[in-house]
Design a protein around this ligand. Structure first.
Ligand SMILES: Cc1cc2nc3c(=O)[nH]c(=O)nc-3n(C[C@H](O)[C@H](O)[C@H](O)COP(=O)(O)OP(=O)(O)OC[C@H]3O[C@@H](n4cnc5c(N)ncnc54)[C@H](O)[C@@H]3O)c2cc1C
Length: 517
């Protein structure tokens, strides 16, 4: 049995159906209308003889034109994280070895709360990630999930999703400088440890300057099917199963350290540029202009360290010159830490960017546990960030590489100056030492919001797994988990595309099983 509760102030809504049309039983009940949930609901309801019920705790842009406007406008992405009706306002528990610069040592951990889930509130970057991730999944017991196995399902997603090169219209000069600096680094940097891989421009899930999300691409076009019923504001409070499984363990994430670079050329996203009357009018009247550009990460490069067979670090560009207090609020950084690490950030005209070294495969493994018997209470989230030397050391190398990038000719041509934060607790460390950079890492390393792994997929015989390679919960019949939590190891890249892929792949599996019954 699945237990559902409605919030008293917001009654459940049955999209495009009346209560009279609802059934008492369904072939499939999907808990959560997020990225994976929308794909599943759309694909499973393609079989007209199957009945599907999708339950979503949040609302939908179909019920509320303000939500539609807010979520579709790319520039507003960071603001969505502050709106509790659109974004779960989770926070980590205080971190023992990380988050020294965050209020109460807690890092903000938002997630999308509406049809479309996190794909409706995220930064829209679309990347399949490193193929080595999937080969490692298969080698570790997730049979059928090698890159060769999953590639056709990425291709299937790519027939549905609408993609645009990120920040290509107004901020391409900065992206080009970053890509050129990457080439420079490839040629010039060699300390016997790092080998610099490709740098490339990223794509965003956007069409005509507006966000694409899994609701738009998958669910909404299917809503008129008589066999698909969708309830919003329907909070699943309990799924009645009994099995002793390591649910909530194996939590992984991508952690990054933004290195602030100021520029003396007008090339970056600044508050002053995007909030002019002419830009606001352009957007209001024509739906064009700077407000339609995604603010975020237009480009990235990969780095191998030592003898590792795959990249351990990504270097991302964040094209943000100024954002007043917004990024401080959404991250949970204390005001003092923010001031010390990003000079000029409060000046609405400040030109600059961040070069963001990011851990691809952190060694830290965290957990999520229930904090209360009340299903409306947030769980206790403990990613245990940086609880090992490896993760700190990789990010120290990353800071050094970011500094090298800022010093390359393409960045210098834009008048680049990099800034080393002067946190009180780090003041006694000499300049340019691992001790200083390690101290900075412990202050400001932050999440890229790629939470994964808490229902690990793999061999049924493996005590660390929750689901088998068909994503069936071990020991329970008729229950699967299909979302980012089943990744045995975090994908080597942003997690939306892999989540869409794994829902596409599992939908085929479920439909085949249904037909053969
Ligand atoms: C702020 C942010 C920025 C990100 N940026 C990027 C990016 O640029 N590129 C990228 O690739 N990835 C990005 N990610 C990560 C990516 O979006 C997620 O990994 C992916 O969307 C997760 O999909 P999912 O289906 O597992 O979960 P979600 O899409 O989060 O869906 C879960 C759904 O379940 C609903 N739900 C939760 N609890 C209940 C309940 N009890 N009852 C009913 N419904 C419930 C939620 O409201 C939500 O709709 C970002 C994530 C965030 C949060």
């Amino acid at each position: 049995g699945i237990y559902v509760s409605y919030q008293r102030d917001t009654p459940a809504s049955y999209l495009r159906k009346t209560t009279a049309e609802l059934r008492t039983d369904y072939d499939y009940v999907i808990a959560g209308g997020g990225t994976a949930g929308c794909v599943l609901a759309a694909r499973l309801s393609e079989d007209s003889d199957s009945t599907v019920l999708l339950l979503e705790a949040g609302g939908s842009e179909l019920e509320d034109s303000l939500t539609r406007w807010l979520t579709r406008l790319p520039t507003l992405t960071p603001s969505l994280m502050l709106l509790p009706h659109l974004s779960w306002q989770y926070r980590t528990v205080p971190q023992a070895q990380a988050a020294y610069g965050f209020t109460n040592k807690q890092i903000a951990w938002p997630a999308g709360r509406m049809l479309g889930g996190s794909s409706a509130t995220n930064y829209m970057l679309y990347t399949r990630g490193l193929s080595t991730t999937y080969d490692a999944w298969a080698a570790g017991g997730a049979t059928g999930w090698s890159y060769a196995d999953v590639k056709p399902f990425f291709e299937k997603v790519e027939q549905v999703i609408e993609l645009t090169p990120t920040s290509a219209t107004y901020f391409q000069t900065l992206t080009d400088a970053f890509l050129a600096a990457g080439k420079f680094l490839q040629r010039s940097y060699s300390n016997g440890r790092a080998s610099i891989g490709d740098f490339y421009q990223l794509s965003s899930a956007m069409v005509d300057g507006k966000r694409w999300h899994a609701g738009i691409g998958y669910l909404f076009p299917a809503l008129n099917r008589p066999n698909l019923h969708v309830m919003t504001h329907a909070h699943v409070t309990k799924i009645e199963v009994i099995a002793d499984l390591p649910v909530g363990q194996n939590l992984q994430d991508h952690l990054f350290v933004p290195v602030r670079v100021t520029l003396n050329t007008s090339v970056s996203f600044t508050e002053a540029k995007v909030t002019t009357v002419s830009e606001l009018l352009k957007y209001a009247l024509l739906g064009t202009g700077m407000l339609t550009e995604s603010v975020g990460m237009p480009a990235a490069g990969s780095v191998k360290l030592g003898d590792e067979s795959t990249a351990e670090l990504f270097l991302y560009l964040l094209n943000i010159g100024s954002t007043s207090r917004l990024y401080q609020l959404i991250s949970g950084l204390s005001e003092e830490a923010w001031r010390r690490f990003a000079p000029g950030i409060y000046d609405p005209s400040a030109e600059g960017c961040f070069i963001a070294p990011t851990l691809v495969y952190a060694h830290a493994r965290g957990n999520i546990t229930l904090a209360s018997r009340d299903p409306f209470q947030f769980p206790s989230i403990n990613p245990q960030y940086l609880n090992n030397d490896h993760d700190v050391e990789v990010l120290i190398q990353g800071i050094r590489l970011a500094i090298k990038m800022a010093m390359t000719q393409p960045f210098q041509a834009l008048g680049a100056t990099y800034h080393i934060p002067d946190f009180h607790l780090c003041a006694h460390h000499p300049a340019d030492t691992d001790a200083l950079y390690g101290c900075i890492v412990k202050h400001i390393a932050m999440t890229m919001y790629h939470y994964a792994g808490t229902c690990k997929m793999g061999r049924s015989s493996d005590p660390a797994t929750v689901v088998d390679p068909q994503l069936r919960v071990k020991g329970i019949s008729g229950l699967r988990v299909v979302d980012a939590s089943v990744m045995p190891a975090i994908s080597g890249g942003n997690t939306m595309a892999p989540t869409l892929m794994l829902a596409e792949k599992t939908a085929v599996d479920i439909r085949q099983q249904h037909r053969s019954r």
